[in-house]
Design a protein around this ligand. Structure first.
Ligand code: ADP
Ligand code: ADP
Length: 223
């Protein structure tokens, strides 16, 4: 369970991006729906411990994320909105390097992890190709592969379907759905269907505030 309480963030220029956000997010898929500028990326980066909030707390199980960011990061998989990739490097080599950074140092362990992830994300056939040549859909699937290294228990994906064609979108969402119910997966998106198709629970964020939270069928019917 991820417990966010009273989270606020005001940027240096005075923009209030998050305003007293409280959310209880159980294991399974959770949709964070909101228009551009709602504060979704700010919230995702804050949960990922990449920026400190102005106020509030974040707990994941027995981890106090703001006090113990290293502990949180060890169990976090993050696919940022502006996921940067390393053009001249092959998918295999990149995942292998990232596995080392995640502390998977044994050669055989790394081989097993990287091969499993390449298969899981349907990138095995292109494992030796440079990521620079990948389509948008392939890049996002690579993004999920890197986020899954080390079996994280908290996975955050920020606007992952933006710019994908319908087929790649479905492929990507099916990948997310297959991660399973033992992991907290937060899907941030401005696309209602992403959440409606996939998430048993959701929240709507607008102007830095949680406007609604509950089951998509109930919320989307009422809006
Ligand atoms: P979303 O991901 O929902 O589009 P963001 O978290 O990116 O929302 O942005 C929330 C608000 O904070 C917006 O008004 C945005 O312009 C502003 N914002 C985001 N990043 C910064 C920043 N580094 N400095 C100042 N304002 C920012
Ligand atoms: P798009 O998103 O443009 O429809 P896809 O990701 O669906 O592209 O790719 C379609 C197929 O083309 C994939 O199965 C993949 O094997 C192949 N493909 C696309 N780009 C590359 C590439 N850079 N290197 C190797 N194969 C590629």
């Amino acid at each position: 369970m991820l417990e966010i309480a009273g989270l606020s963030h005001t940027y240096a220029n005075g923009t209030v991006a998050l305003n007293d956000v409280s959310l209880s997010i159980p294991r399974g898929m959770f949709g964070l729906l909101g228009p551009n500028g709602a504060g979704k990326s700010t919230l995702m980066r804050t949960i990922a411990t990449l920026q400190a909030p102005t106020a509030g707390t974040i707990r994941f199980g027995d981890i106090d994320a703001l006090a113990e960011p290293d502990r949180l990061r060890r169990t976090l998989g993050y696919l940022p909105q502006d996921f940067g990739v390393y053009p001249r490097v092959s998918a295999y080599a990149m995942l292998d390097q990232m596995a080392v950074l995640k502390g998977i140092t044994g050669r055989a362990d790394r081989k097993a992890v990287v091969e499993t992830l390449l298969n899981q994300t349907n990138l095995w056939a292109v494992r030796d190709k440079a990521i620079a040549g990948f389509s948008g859909g392939m890049r996002q699937r690579f993004g999920i592969a890197q986020a899954l290294i080390g079996n994280p228990e908290l996975i955050i994906v920020d606007e992952p379907t933006a710019g994908l064609d319908p087929e790649e979108r479905n492929r990507f969402l099916n990948l997310l759905a297959a991660i399973g119910d033992n992991v907290v997966v937060i899907l941030s998106t401005h696309i209602v269907d992403d959440v409606a198709d996939l998430c048993p629970l959701m929240a709507v964020l607008a102007n830095g505030r949680v406007q609604l939270q509950g089951k998509p069928a109930d919320l989307i019917a009422s809006t």
